[in-house]
Design a protein around this ligand. Structure first.
Ligand code: O7M
Length: 216
């Protein structure tokens, strides 16, 4: 993934034609497209290969299992053409090490979820986010996911992860601002509904890119 516009499209639609037409319209502005269970369950794993025509694909499978199962899941995503897989860290070090090892085999990347962006993240995740971020560094993950809804948390996670990549969801529909997340230390913002839910997804993406450009 090449850092150009610092925008990742979260393509949480379930229909293939819609996924392809939105990707075509937004590809010029997005450095990557993140897909997850909604689109893969709706259309099949082959959608990853089809979308690689538009941008590098991040498979958001929030992998959270024993090392062997994690390896099988990551391998499937990489075989399908994903450039990166998003995994949970709370399952522990051995699971994360296996994900990173699998990614290395394919010369691909792993991103680890730290604190999530929704209010419920305060129940369990926020207190352990620093530990998850430290483990991501120690296990040599490529980067972490941190919440655009809480720029102060992004700042703290940046302090911990040094030069690891931070990708940050929660902009727009969840109330976060792209510029705040980038200023707090995020490398990329992840945006879904405000783009794919718009009648003019390309224009929405362009607006966000312009906002980010102003704070560089
Ligand atoms: O812009 P939205 O709110 O429509 O979409 C945000 C996307 O980011 C959506 O795909 C979520 O599943 C994802 N996400 C969060 O919103 N919050 C998180 O803490 C983590 C993720 C995510 O991408 O995890 C890897």
């Amino acid at each position: 993934m090449q850092k150009k516009n610092q925008l990742i499209l979260a393509l949480d639609v379930t229909n293939k034609a819609q996924a392809l037409s939105i990707s075509k319209e937004v590809a010029y502005f997005a450095d990557a497209i993140k897909i997850g269970y909604p689109l893969v369950l709706g259309t099949g794993l082959g959608i990853i290969g089809q979308l690689t025509e538009f941008a590098p694909i991040i498979a958001d499978f929030k992998v959270a299992d024993i090392p062997n199962t994690d390896r099988l899941i990551c391998s499937q995503a990489f075989e399908a053409g994903a450039s990166a897989v998003i995994v949970h860290g709370f399952t522990g070090r051995d699971s994360l090490v296996e994900c990173v090892r699998t990614a290395r085999e394919y010369n691909r990347e792993i991103f680890v979820v730290t604190e999530m962006s929704h209010p419920g993240a305060l129940d369990f995740m926020q207190p352990v986010a620093g530990g998850l971020a430290r483990m991501a560094v120690e296990c040599r993950a490529s980067g972490v996911v941190a919440p655009a809804t809480r720029p102060e948390s992004v700042k703290e996670i940046r302090r911990i992860v040094g030069n690891l990549t931070i990708i940050s969801p929660g902009v727009g529909a969840q109330g976060g601002r792209a510029s705040d997340a980038i200023r707090a230390g995020a490398d990329y913002v992840i945006v879904g509904r405000s783009i794919y839910g718009s009648k003019t997804p390309g224009k929405e993406a362009e607006k966000i890119v312009n906002e980010i450009e102003k704070c560089r």
